[in-house]
Design a protein around this ligand. Structure first.
Ligand code: NAP
Length: 465
């Protein structure tokens, strides 16, 4: 019996013995990882402090306003500081965009007149690349290097390495437009789905598509074809993992599609994962993933599930974010307790948590717990997982809703996820299914239909990972 099957059997036995619906387990016990609790006890991890204050300083939370600095075709995403100066700046931008002609100063900053005076909150600051500073109340600067002075911090650029910030600001004197809008369409807030563009803004400052393709169990050629079918059909999000043994195929599919369909790399978002047996030497594992994917950088890397040395592995991923080789970080199979213990130990709040979620296993307590932190939730096994799809896709509640909208049962389930604010990555080896799974925006489920699917929850976990 393979590891996964054995875990499923253990899990089913546990559920039978306990006679407790698994849906009540906000933190499902993890039978495969007995060392985890012992290890955490050993490290003496304290109960987490009030999460909000810690997390506030690290990354934006759901619905938080961000400022965009548009420089030509580049955009810096700035998280406003928590002070009256930044508040006044945001209020000013609510009246309209502000364009500043900046010049290079001191080989560490771009600076220009704001055209008005804001309240100051001066303090002694040694700047880092990405600091946005108010100088003498009426000049705004974006730092790409270090300087120490008394001035007011207005915000910080999110999710970009120093080199990327330098490149966006350019060599000369840039014209920078500060705006509350990501583009001309409207203001975008962290974690809130943009149903027009089919994307969500992550707390890392990067934008991720809200529907894509999962590649678990797709062998090389099938995987290449599925990735290409997704990209040809307009999808831009792909999920893989070291453990799926198909990172090379994903990279190959993406490169072929970029060339054949003329898709720029920046439009495509590839997620991969480190497996716990790699946590011991995470740098080597990350280098291997970069090499196998061969796409220049990794859009997002997750820890596949909790395990010994998970904090060490995450910190290594953080250092690759600094280097610009990974853009956003996340976790998979982390629940309330695990997150509460983990988050205070790391510097970069994960942008995403990927967990099992489908109509028979809805994680109704875990999902809002994660989302309220500004962390996006993504579901694996959205259709129940291979071998389990028939019952879900034949469920009479789901089928009758599908008939009412003239769509398939799979589309109803995926749309239900999106309307809960959950990103979907259905796995498929069938180009027809892949096209169908991208076609989720021509209908909307009513509140009654959402409630009817919610009532299907029976705490039926189909796998551990
Ligand atoms: P899934 O998406 O729930 O189900 C995949 C199955 O659904 C396949 O048999 C596929 O068959 C079928 N299917 C897909 N679209 C369909 C449609 N429109 N109509 C009818 N059938 C359809 O399961 P999954 O692929 O295992 O999970 C999704 C992804 O989550 C994985 O691929 C992987 O990337 C990720 N994942 C992560 C973890 C973790 O621990 N982090 C664990 C498991 C999975 P066809 O091939 O014929 O389309």
């Amino acid at each position: 019996m393979n590891r996964k099957k054995m875990l499923s059997v253990i899990m089913m036995l546990l559920m039978l013995l306990a006679c407790v619906p698994a849906c009540q387990a906000v933190n499902p016990p993890n039978p495969s990882n007995p060392s985890q609790t012992a290890e955490q006890e050993h490290t003496g991890v304290q109960a987490a402090p009030e999460a909000s204050s810690d997390i506030r300083s690290e990354s934006p939370s759901k619905g938080e306003t961000l400022i965009y600095a548009h420089i030509g075709e580049k955009t810096l995403v700035i998280r406003p500081e928590n002070n009256s100066s930044a508040e006044a700046f945001v209020e000013l931008l609510q009246d309209g965009d502000i364009t500043v002609d900046m010049h290079d100063y001191g080989s560490f900053e771009k600076v220009g007149p704001l055209g008005t005076t804001l309240p100051t909150n001066d303090e002694s600051i040694t700047t880092e690349p990405g600091d946005v500073i108010l100088y003498q109340g009426n000049q705004i600067t974006i730092y790409y290097d270090t300087n120490s002075w008394n001035f007011t911090r207005l915000g910080k650029v999110q999710g970009m390495s120093p080199d990327e910030i330098r490149a966006a600001l350019g060599e000369g004197d840039p014209t920078v437009t500060f705006s509350l809008k990501e583009d001309s369409e409207g203001a975008i807030a962290v974690g809130v789905f943009d149903f027009e563009n089919h994307t969500v803004l992550l707390n890392s400052g990067y934008t991720m598509p809200i529907m894509g393709l999962g590649t678990y169990s797709l062998d090389h050629d099938t995987c290449v074809n599925s990735v290409k079918a997704l990209l040809k059909g307009g999808g831009r999000l792909i999920d893989t993992a070291y453990m799926y043994h198909n990172e090379e195929a994903v990279g190959e599919g993406v490169r072929q599609a970029m060339e054949e369909y003329g898709i720029p790399r920046e439009e495509i978002f590839v997620i991969t994962k480190l497996y716990p047996n790699q946590f011991d030497d995470p740098e080597a594992a990350i280098e291997m993933a970069l090499k196998k994917l061969d796409l220049g950088y990794i859009d997002m890397m997750l820890l596949h599930h909790p395990g010994t040395n998970d904090v060490k592995a995450y910190k290594a991923m953080e250092s690759y974010v600094e280097q610009g080789k990974i853009r956003s970080l996340g976790l998979s199979n982390w629940y309330v307790e695990e997150l509460t213990e983990f988050l205070p130990q790391v510097a970069i709040t994960p942008a995403l948590v990927q967990n099992e979620i489908h109509p028979y296993y809805q994680e109704q307590d875990v999902v809002p717990f994660i989302q309220e932190k500004g962390i996006v939730v993504q579901c694996w096994y959205p259709l129940g997982g291979r071998g389990h799809t028939a019952e879900l896709l034949g469920d009479e509640t789901i089928v009758s809703i599908a008939k009412a909208h003239g769509v398939s049962a799979a589309q109803v389930i995926l749309r239900w996820d999106l309307q809960r604010g959950i990103v979907v990555i259905p796995g498929s080896s069938n180009p027809e299914h892949i096209r169908e799974n991208l076609d989720l925006f021509g209908f909307e489920l009513t509140e009654e239909e959402m409630a009817a699917i919610r009532a299907l929850d029976r705490g039926e976990k189909h796998d551990w990972y």
